[in-house]
Ligand binder design. Structure first.
Ligand SMILES: [Zn+2]
Length: 157
């Protein structure tokens, strides 16, 4: 059975984490309009913006290996024969529900923040051994390689 509800998965979570763009210093949840726009684009209700920001910031830390507390959220459970689901309706609920689903699947560790200090873009690591560190090897991976290279060269020069 298909529902019209939001797709609760890695894509939604990654998108939610990326409402904060560190590199360009843009926070889509910084005002009500941006928050509402993001929610509607994802077939969700905006809900409380502050709770969304808190959930986003906590989830970014959690996927980055830093302990963080999630805000209190109401995640109703819906059930039909053969299926029990988290009935997330708001942006924050849906993002947390996605994290729960991925966690149960043992996949939350594959949601990562880019290792580039100025980047920190969230991505889902679909590589076979789950060892990806960069949002993009071409951009941040090479940037980091160049940095490491310069750091090694500096004492000598
Ligand atoms: Zn990056």
């Amino acid at each position: 059975m298909r529902t019209n509800g939001p797709e609760l998965g890695a894509e939604l979570l990654v998108d939610f984490l990326n409402t904060l763009d560190v590199e360009d210093d843009v926070d889509q949840l910084a005002d009500d309009d941006g928050h509402a726009r993001w929610a509607h684009e994802h077939n969700l209700e905006p809900g409380d913006r502050i709770a969304a920001v808190q959930a986003r910031d906590a989830l970014r830390e959690i996927v980055d290996g830093i302990p963080a507390e999630l805000p209190e959220l109401a995640l109703p459970v819906t059930a039909v024969p053969g299926s029990v689901a988290l009935g997330a309706r708001t942006a924050a609920d849906a993002a947390v529900a996605s994290a729960v689903v991925l966690s149960l699947q043992g996949k939350l560790g594959r949601v990562k923040l880019c290792g580039g200090e100025d980047c920190r873009w969230a991505f889902y690591d679909a590589s076979r051994n789950g060892s990806r560190q960069w949002c993009s090897m071409e951009v941040c991976g090479n940037r980091q390689k160049a940095r490491t290279y310069r750091a090694k060269e500096r004492p000598a020069s």
